[in-house]
Design a protein around this ligand. Structure first.
Ligand code: ZN
Length: 159
């Protein structure tokens, strides 16, 4: 099956219309279809959309960053945290020394205990993407083999 490499600009909003992220004023996003380079729900809905199209794509939380998981919210002792100095609600840090350790957010502080939330900040949030498709072209054999887009405006690596 043939796949395309798609270049697009986007503005991401939450259900209240707040802008969460945008590529406006920066480089557009370049991705290989179906390769997991962008969230599944957006990837699926941009299939067969031609270059030049401006559209609005709604992606429910389950197809974006997932639903919130209550088991990812835990209370720990303040002294267990790898953080010196003052701690405040909204602070984020990695839950371990491993650089792939999950990022946790401080959601409550009480006495010597702190409540941490390891859900993705956008878990449980339905997303709306305002999208402008800049370019669509067939993927090259190398891109299909690697599973990502290549090129001056795409993914660079040392292969
Ligand atoms: Zn590659």
């Amino acid at each position: 099956m043939s796949k395309n490499v798609v270049t697009f600009h986007y503005t991401l909003r939450d259900p209240a219309g707040r802008v969460l992220d945008t590529s406006a004023g920066g480089d557009p996003i370049v991705y290989l279809e179906g390769a997991g380079q962008i969230i599944d729900g957006l990837d699926e809905q941009l299939r067969n959309v031609p270059a030049g199209t401006r559209t609005c794509v709604q992606v429910p939380a389950a197809r974006a960053y997932g639903e919130r998981d209550a088991n990812q919210v835990r209370q720990v002792r303040r002294a267990q945290l790898p953080v010196d100095g003052e701690l405040k609600i909204g602070d984020q840090f990695q839950a371990g020394a491993d650089r792939f350790a999950p990022v946790v957010t401080v959601v409550a502080i009480a006495d010597d205990h702190v409540t941490l939330d390891a859900n993705h900040p956008l878990a449980g949030v339905d997303l709306t993407f305002e999208v402008e498709i800049v370019a669509v072209r067939p993927a090259t054999p190398g891109e299909l083999q690697h599973g990502h887009a290549h090129g001056a405006d795409g993914h660079g690596h040392c292969q």
